[in-house]
Write a protein that binds this ligand. Structure first.
Ligand code: COA
Length: 373
């Protein structure tokens, strides 16, 4: 059950009563590399400032991507997805930012859209205008579904949270609720050892390995197969998710993208008695935000569940990471609210729920119709 609301919603001006404001003008990147770098030189810093202003309002620890990480992504490009950046201006002043992500290897029906408008520019149609421009990008790429996410502190009242109110107004209905949990570091002495000792007898014959850095060549195909299972075996709620297409090249592309952003990784894997890899987990740390470890991608394939491998994987990975990253002060992770087994592991480790993420999806045509109303 959610705690009683006590966090104020971000300061939002009442709907304006005076004369019609100046029109909102949206500039955006295209897929042309030269054009993107010209856009980045002119607009990137303003775009990032608007993104963070919109994302951070009313959230004590918003866990935004860092400026240098997103700049690296814009400059490098990716074989896995095409990203379009959109910046809204009014009267020559930046007033809002958006991003459209188009996966290129699977889920070709989806455009993932992020919208951010700082509190002082809200309720004046900027978000609506940015969403319209984002839908143009999605439609031009042949995408029929649009996805977005709204994040809010667990204490905030969802019935008053601006992003949720706007999303409903724009016609987003189906989705998945995720809980963000954080674990303060260092973990109290003895906790990891106790968890491991309790889990070990259930995992007889299984072997755990953890490492820092890229996946060893001999494990590459197996890790790619496990990454593919993440998209089918983790709860997807009401989102229309197609299986993701993973191979060794995609694992390496992800690693190269992360390295370009200044992020390093640790992985732990579990091998069955046969030697086959049946589970993995990953922690990531950014050079631009070293106090945070990101806990990503924990999976134990269905056939090998019930052996406490989830606990053993997380303990092994966390040990490896904190030994290399003594600056880390907390670990941040996200799970579907319905994912009881994973949540039980996280709670036992000491993670506590502090934010909710509503992932939302709608047909592009339905959102267009809602915007027209
Ligand atoms: C969501 C967000 C982008 C909206 O930006 P915005 O510029 O205020 O959006 P608009 O002015 O176009 O408002 C669109 C409609 O959403 C609804 N809405 C938005 N905020 C609202 C609020 N605080 N109270 C009531 N309704 C609200 C209204 O119906 C509004 O239309 P109206 O002002 O004509 O009544 C902005 O609040 C934001 O950046 N939030 C944080 C990031 C986020 O949650 N992004 C995901 C959005 S799906």
């Amino acid at each position: 059950m959610r705690p009683t609301p006590s966090v104020p919603t971000p300061p939002v001006p009442a709907a304006p009563a005076s004369a019609a404001p100046a029109p909102v003008v949206v500039t955006s990147t295209s897929s042309d590399a030269a054009d993107r770098s010209g856009w980045a030189a002119r607009h990137f810093d303003a775009w990032y400032d608007e993104l963070v202003a919109g994302q951070s309002a009313g959230r004590p620890d918003p866990a935004c991507w860092q400026r240098a990480e997103l700049r690296a992504e814009l400059e490098r490009g990716s074989a896995e997805e095409r990203v379009h950046w959109l910046l809204a201006h009014r009267d020559g002043r930046a007033v809002g930012a958006a991003e459209v992500r188009l996966t290129l290897l699977d889920n070709l029906h989806v455009a993932a859209v992020e919208l951010a408008v700082g509190p002082e520019h809200r309720r004046r149609g900027v978000g609506t205008r940015l969403l319209g421009a984002a839908l143009d990008v999605a439609a031009a790429a042949g995408r029929t579904s649009v996805r977005t996410a709204v994040e809010h502190p667990v204490q905030a009242d969802p019935a008053r949270w601006p992003g949720l109110l706007a999303a409903r107004r724009w016609g987003f209905e189906r989705g998945r609720s995720e809980a963000r949990r954080q674990l303060q570091l260092p973990v109290p002495a003895g906790r990891l050892e106790a968890l491991e000792a309790g889990a070990r007898p259930h995992a007889e014959g299984y072997r755990l390995r953890a490492w820092a850095g890229p996946v060893p060549e001999q494990d590459l195909d197996a890790v790619a197969a496990l990454a593919a299972r993440m998209s089918t075996d983790a709860p997807s709620g009401d989102l229309r998710v197609e299986p993701e297409a993973w191979d060794a090249a995609r694992v390496r592309e992800n690693e190269a993208a992360r390295a370009a952003q200044g992020r390093r990784q640790w992985l732990a894997v579990a091998a069955a008695p046969s030697g086959e890899l049946v589970g993995y987990t990953m922690l990531v740390q950014s050079a631009h935000e070293p106090e945070r470890l990101l806990q990503w991608d924990t999976l134990v394939v269905r056939e090998h569940r019930g052996h406490r491998l989830g606990t053993l994987l997380k303990v092994a990975c966390l040990r490896a990471a904190v030994a290399d990253a003594p600056q880390a002060r907390r670990v941040t992770t996200w799970n579907a609210v319905s994912n009881a087994p994973m949540i039980a592991v996280n709670e036992a480790l000491g993670f506590r729920w502090d934010e909710t993420v509503e992932e939302l999806e709608a047909d592009v045509a339905d959102v267009r119709a809602a915007l027209a109303r």
